[in-house]
Design a protein around this ligand. Sequence first.
Ligand code: UDP
Length: 458
Amino acid sequence: NSGTDIQIDQRNGRRLVLLPLPLQGHVNPMIQLANILHTKGFSITIIHTTFNSPDPSKYPHFTFHFIQEELTETEASTADIIALVSLLNIKCVAPFRDCLSKLLSDVSEDPIACLISDAIFHFTTAVSKGLKLPRIVLRTGGASSFRIFTALPFLKEKGYLPTQESQLENQVVELPPLKVKDLPVVNSRDPESVYDLLVSMTDGTKASSGVIWNTFEELEQSALAALRHDFSIPVFPIGPFHNRFPSSSSSLLTQDQSSISWLDKRAPKSVVYVSFGSVAALNVTQFLEVAWGLANSKQPFLWVVRPGLVRGAEWLEPLPNGFLEDLNGRAHIVKWAPQSEVLAHPAVGAFWTHNGWNSTLESICEGVPMICMPCFTDQMANARYVSDVWRVGMQLENGLEREKIESTINRLLVDEEGEAIRKRILSLKEKAKLCLSQGGSSCQSLDSLVSQILSLEP
Ligand code: UDP
């Protein structure tokens, strides 16, 4: 779906230059944003690294320019995502500056109104300033987790950081209902690099001409209000993006459509969909606990085992011989699924997720209750909001054990406890729809964003 049924406003003679962070969870929302702004009459130019690039032939309505970030093979294949992102913030500076200044001097095209950069690409603050081009940022995560990022220096002063093993279960009293173990530096092999990256990102966001969020007012009202109060820049919650433009076209991996034909044969709300996103990894012991927890739950499950999910394994080799066969068709494993379609399928009753922001939002928009197993950075805060604030899911806390997995699945899918959670997420689903209808909060915010862009003086 390239949005053929979507109404496109008259062209407004302005061009936008977009710079996505080249990771799946960031490329999807940036491409969706590009489509949304294209419908508002802007012409769209995307600058992308050659690393992890989407297929430009899928977007004939956009212009693509590729920069050579020159990552070595080892750098590009690292599992340390913070190291990768920090390196990209250094290696992209020169090629991005060169590319952008060429675009700015090209008078044959519509004039460039501004740069829209992923917030994590904080290096663009200095580049756009040097080129005197206004810069708006897209934060692809939630507003509530971002608010926690902005509080990191304060939390350091208060002694919460560096975190102590003995205090992980303690509350962060200044940021309820957060616990110390939900802070973004936890579960990291290099907490200081995470801290530095997040502080640079929030500083770069504060220095921008505005911040766009893939969220909606009714979901994150208090975090958005606090950010509006603390930042002197406009804040535009215009999501959920994927309700306007599906993310399937920007998938960097092939989505296995057998997921849908398999779901077609299952009873309504009976299936647990399991996916931990594009980056998270498990060790073999954890992987086997997940497998046995799912098997012992007696519920049908669709499981995304991405090559690379299990450290040290190619794909499914750690599973015992005959594991799948013994389940007699109750399980289906794929390497990558068409997630939005899966979550929208009537057979899906629960989503066991790592709580990446896109997955969390996609689950809310389809009214699918969650089992939360956050792995790193913003995922712990997202999971805390899912379980304790919106109360639309249950956390699998304190280690992965098959018995706990089995009981959590059944509590959510079968027990009365799950019924209340299902009702709450269905009500959030309605709100997620309403905000995009005419006069809804995200529509109004999008109109303000368009006015803001058109008012920018380069
Ligand atoms: N996704 C997908 N197929 C899968 C698993 C994930 O298409 O099998 C998509 C999912 O719909 C989401 C993105 O990949 O849009 C993952 O983003 P998220 O923020 O949830 O997690 P990340 O991958 O960044 O950890």
